[in-house]
Design a protein around this ligand. Structure first.
Ligand code: ADP
Ligand code: ADP
Ligand code: ZN
Length: 216
């Protein structure tokens, strides 16, 4: 029996990263996240593609999508190497959805549903561990000691794109480009819709049940 192939959808701040960490622990899958992969390659030279900007970081700091050519390649390599995965942050538009369909089969498609105002509160209060990537929130999930990771003792930082202005821009980009991706999977009849405004533990109970029902 192989590990499940899970896709997790939701707007920026919906809780995808938080739930993905639990999926990794529970089901032994790999966390494939385009956001983290791109942050690790913010300065990569993509000038040969002759697009608007010459590095992924410039798109990210503006809250815009990094070009498909760059992201598709990252995902293809990561999925080929993974024995079961939770894919987080991809696909974000129709063309990425078609590409994903051509390279893999999914067992479960989860969708975390969260309201816009709640998304902004979550994004602007988010803090991330620079060593292990664990995510906290200054009000909703504060670490025991301010600025220090509970899991590994690393320093917590605020992402450059988690300002209110860029958060709102990312939510707009999401509505325009990524909401149709959710519709696509809903029309296919495979979308597991989860109320993402519950507590993290309650969301996790629903996420775990949906994966167990679909992956066998
Ligand atoms: P969040 O978890 O808050 O949704 P991410 O870490 O997933 O944010 O993404 C941060 C930024 O990385 C995005 O605003 C975008 O610029 C870029 N990015 C991530 N995934 C993709 C993708 N699939 N396609 C294009 N750009 C992406
Ligand atoms: P995404 O990966 O979808 O952008 P994250 O998992 O990074 O979202 O969560 C965004 C912020 O919201 C983080 O600060 C996280 O601690 C917090 N958060 C996650 N899930 C919940 C929840 N169910 N209720 C309240 N805050 C949450
Ligand atoms: Zn840490």
């Amino acid at each position: 029996m192989s590990n499940p192939r899970i896709l997790i959808l939701g707007a920026p701040g919906a809780g995808k990263g938080t739930q993905s960490r639990r999926l990794v622990e529970e089901f032994g899958v790999e966390h494939v996240t385009t956001g983290d992969a791109l942050r690790a390659n913010k300065g990569m030279d993509i000038s040969h593609l002759d697009l608007e900007y010459d590095t992924p970081g410039e798109y990210m700091d503006a809250g815009e999508l990094v070009p498909d050519e760059v992201v598709n390649e990252i995902v293809k390599t990561a999925l080929e190497e993974a024995d079961g995965f939770v894919l987080d942050g991809y696909p974000r538009n129709e063309s990425q959805t078609e590409y994903l369909d051509s390279i893999t089969d999914l067992d479960v498609v989860l969708y975390l549903d969260v309201d816009d105002d709640e998304l902004v509160r979550r994004l602007t209060g988010r803090r991330v561990c620079e060593d292990c990537g664990a995510t906290f929130h200054v009000d909703f999930d504060p670490p025991e000691e301010e600025g220090v990771c509970d899991e590994c003792g690393g320093d917590l930082y605020q992402r450059e794109d988690d300002t209110e202005e860029t958060a709102r821009e990312r939510i707009n980009v999401y509505e325009e480009n990524t909401a149709p991706v959710v519709e696509y999977f809903r029309d296919e009849g495979v979308l597991e819709e989860i109320d993402g405004e519950q507590t993290p533990d309650e969301v996790w109970a629903d996420v775990k049940a949906a994966v167990e029902a679909n992956a066998n």
